[in-house]
Every structure is written in C-alpha cells, then in structure tokens.
Design a protein around this ligand. Structure first.
Ligand SMILES: NC(=O)c1ccc[n+]([C@@H]2O[C@H](COP(=O)([O-])OP(=O)(O)OC[C@H]3O[C@@H](n4cnc5c(N)ncnc54)[C@H](O)[C@@H]3O)[C@@H](O)[C@H]2O)c1
Length: 465
C-alpha cells in the first residue's frame, strides 16, 4: 500500500467512512455542532464589535447580514454614493444608522468603529483598505483585493506596518466543504495532482451583470464625481457605468477579477499553492454587446510550477455568460488516482477514485490483432505469466460525497473567522498575501488578453517577471 493511500485511510479513521452517505452525515453533523457552539458563545459587553459598511450595494447588504449573524457584532454606520442605497440601509437597519457619502467620515472621525466592510466597486477596494488600516480599523475587503496588480504590495505593506486585522472576502476559503476537501487532498485521496479545470457558466442578463437601475438615478442622487475620482479617464455621468460598473475596466476587473478570483482562491486554499508562474488568456465579447469593454467569454491556461508545496500542475479557467448549459460552476481537481469535483459555490464535493492497473493490458484497442496467430498466442501466454488477475484489474473505489447542510452559508463562517481575529488575535483565513496571490494572476489574465501575450509571474515575491 502506498504511503499516500495509508495516510488517506488513516485520516478517514475507518473504512466505513468511505461510503458516501456516512461521510456526508458525519462531517456535516460535526461541523454543524462546532458552528452552533461558536454561535452560542457568550459575548460580554466589552466583546461588542462595532462595524460600518462602505459600499451598500448587493454585496454590502449581503456581507452586512452575514456579519450580523456573528454574536456581538453591531452595524453603526453605512457609506454609499447613491442616496437611495443609504435610504435603504436606514429602512433595513434602523433610522438611527449613521450614513454618509464620504468613507473618511467613518474611518477618521468615528473612533467607536472597530471594523469596516469594504463592498464598493473594485476600483475603490485598495485605497479605502489602506486608509482604514492606517486609521486603526480592522478591514474585511471584498474580492478582488486590488483593481491593479501594482496596488498589491503597498496594501500588504500597510497591513504589515499597521498590524490591523485584514481579511479578503472570498468566502469559499472558510467553507466547510473546502476545508474538508483540503483535508482529503492533503491525505492523498487523489494521488499526485496534475491538472485543474474550473468554470462559471451563466445564461441570463443578471448573471451577465445587467443589474436593475433605479428610476430615480440622476447626477443629483449619485455622487458620480467621487465614484470616478480615482480613475485616469473621466466620463460624463452615465447610469450604466455607475450601476453596472463591472462591465467597464475603469471600475471593475472583468470576469477574471470578478469570478476567476473565486476559483483561484479555492484552488490555492486546497493545494496550498502560492500561485502560478505562467498565465495566458483569450476572450471574446460574444453576446452582451451593451457597451461593455470586457469580454463575456474568457478562458485562461495557467501553469503552476513544481514547488515544495505541490508538484507541477495546469489550471484551465473559463467563464461563459452566454452558455447554453443554463448555468453551472465547478472546480475539478485531477490527480493520478482520483478527482475532487467541487460543484456550485463551495457547498459540497465528490471524490471519484480509480487506480491505474499495474499490468499494461493486452488486446482490444491494441496492435495485438495485427500480428500472426502464433505471435498473438505467444504474447498472451507471456502476459498471463507475468501478471496476476489483481494486477490486471483496475481498482475502482466507491465515490466519496460530501455535502454541507442545506442552510449552510460560507459567508457566515468567513465573517466568524474575521471577527474571531478581531476579538482574539487569531490568524485570519484569507490575509492580504493570500488575497493578492489569488487576485494578481486573475488580473494578469486581463493583461494577457488585452496585450495578447503570456504573463510570467513570480508568486513567491508577488511580482510580474
Ligand atoms: N464575495 C462574493 O461572493 C461577492 C459577490 C458579489 C460581489 N462581490 C464584490 O463586492 C463588491 C461590490 O459588488 P456589488 O455587486 O455589491 O456592487 P454594487 O454595484 O451593487 O454596489 C457597490 C456599491 O459601492 C458603492 N461605492 C462605489 N464607490 C464607493 C466609494 N468610493 N465610497 C462609498 N461607496 C462606494 C456604490 O455606490 C454602490 O452602491 C465588488 O467588489 C464585488 O467583486 C463579492
């Protein structure tokens, strides 16, 4: 038995766990209990964490709600550049909520605020995060950590210098399914990794970022000047550029920064990788020709060289916003002895495991039948003498299926990890180095596509070569 396989079985504890149903219920129950205990932990008055959310759009509300599932967390302020969203924040969280269009009001003037959630468009993540850490706030920054690769090292340095708690918001790295998949991967469940395919396929206008624009949008109700104040190229007010900013490179990061980054965050988390060495991407604007200047179908081929953390492997990433398959997402990690297939948004996985036969095989789709009868007989006799029946049979193992509980939400756990760190100084699961090492290769996909070249990346030092 190989040492990988021994480690794998030892890790599982008993072979009974190899049956899919028992692993599913065992793991889900175990994790559920841990989370329930954590949620019930008593929180004293001094344990209160006061937060503000900057960027009160779709994710601002989602993140705030996830943050508020953690005991002792209180929302005291919100910042946004559209008046309607500030009014909505008061409707949802109470008329007493302090609101502003200038995030500096929250990080500089409000000493009572401990932590900020940054859920703005991508173009503002880095600047607000740096300003907030310097002002002494813990930061939960939405992904991608930066809008430009050139911003990464300065943000990491600020975190290092200020020692403020900082976490990036790729919630799948806190997901119980990803945690379990990582354990199984490290236990050798799929042998030696060699390739990964990961994708998002969508087939609807909202999925392609044509979000609803409010009827009262106007230059009076939107702080357009502030929104584009850090952009090199300035445009006249355009509601599409504001409410559907993802479609424009000036404010968003395209499908690569928006969605590849989820895929690479999960891949780096499971494999322990610091990142790739070579990146190439192609793209097309295939269907959503609504004025956007980023592709709606994009594919990348990314090479990870051999390191002490892992053997060399290849990653192919794809996003398709006009996909006739209706909508799906996966990350399929392939090794020499199995595949970890993670579907959806981190709520489960299946491990399919097969072991290569020791005997090479003879006959069937082979050259054997092209030789004379006498040759064929001699070859088969010789083959049967050399290999036992066991050596000739492919070992197929039962699938291992893991599924998180139906109501599971990885964002809640991601915030629980963040606030644990704010309270107890425990290590965050997705620090600035991890966040940048996931974001930079994705942003390099954009550079590769727009500049039509292969990008070389020094993952250790986090620099374009
Ligand atoms: N982790 C996830 O699963 C996930 C999912 C969706 C979005 N996101 C990320 O969350 C962020 C927000 O996405 P969204 O879909 O909520 O966008 P959105 O357009 O719905 O909301 C963004 C809000 O940010 C505000 N904003 C922009 N610049 C600002 C500034 N300087 N100061 C204050 N407010 C500002 C805008 O007014 C807008 O209301 C993006 O970076 C996105 O990548 C993460």
């Amino acid at each position: 038995m190989s040492s990988d396989r021994r480690k794998f079985l030892k890790h599982l504890g008993t072979s009974v766990l190899l049956t899919s149903a028992s692993l599913t219920s065992f793991a889900a129950r175990e994790e559920q209990e841990i989370r329930t205990l954590r949620a019930q932990k008593r929180v004293g008055p001094n344990d209160k964490i006061r937060i503000a959310t900057i960027g009160m759009g779709i994710m601002g509300f989602n993140d705030t709600n996830a943050a508020l599932t953690v005991p002792g967390v209180e929302l005291v302020a919100a910042c946004d550049l559209y008046k309607g969203r500030l009014a909505r924040a008061k409707e949802v969280y109470g008329a007493g909520l302090f609101t502003t269009e200038d995030y500096r009001d929250l990080i500089i003037d409000r000493k009572d605020i401990d932590a900020v959630i940054i859920a703005t468009s991508d173009n503002w993540h880095s600047q607000i995060a740096i300003d907030a850490m310097i002002a002494g706030k813990a930061v939960y920054s939405e992904k991608p950590m930066v809008h430009q690769i050139s911003q990464g090292l300065a943000e990491i340095k600020t975190q290092h210098d200020t020692k403020m708690v900082f976490q990036v918001g790729s919630q799948r790295v806190s997901s119980i399914a990803y945690k379990k998949a990582k354990e199984m991967y490290e236990a050798g469940s799929i042998g030696k990794i060699n390739s990964i395919e990961a994708s998002f396929n969508r087939q609807d206008a909202l999925g392609a970022w044509q979000y609803t624009i409010p009827l009262d949008q106007s230059v009076q109700n939107v702080n357009w000047a502030r929104f584009q104040s850090n952009a090199k190229a300035k445009y006249d007010y355009d509601p599409k550029r504001f409410f559907r900013w993802r479609n424009y490179r000036e404010y968003g990061t395209g499908v690569a920064g928006d969605l590849f980054v989820h895929l690479l965050s999960g891949i780096h988390f499971i494999t322990g990788s610091k990142g790739p060495e070579k990146i190439y991407a192609i793209g097309d604007l295939s269907y959503w020709k609504d004025g956007r200047n980023v592709p709606d179908v994009m594919s990348a081929v990314i090479h990870y060289g051999e390191t002490k953390e892992h053997p060399a492997f290849q990653v192919t990433l794809r996003v398709n916003f006009a996909s006739g398959d209706g909508g799906s997402s996966t990350t399929k990690i392939t090794g020499s002895e199995g595949v970890i297939d993670l579907g959806g948004d981190g709520e489960g996985f299946t491990i399919r495991k097969n072991k290569m036969t020791q005997a090479p095989g003879i006959g069937g789709w082979d050259s054997l039948s092209t030789y004379t009868e006498a040759q064929q007989k001699a070859l088969i006799d010789d083959y049967n003498k050399r290999y036992t029946e066991a050596q000739k049979t492919r070992q197929k193992f039962p699938d291992v299926i893991y599924k998180a509980p139906d109501d599971y939400n990885a964002s809640n756990d991601h915030f629980a990890n963040f606030f644990d760190s704010v309270r107890n100084g425990t290590k965050v699961v997705e620090d600035a180095v991890f966040g940048f090492r996931a974001a930079a290769p994705c942003l390099a996909c954009n550079d590769s596509y727009f500049e039509n070249r292969v990008i070389r990346w020094d993952a250790e030092n986090m620099k374009i070569v």
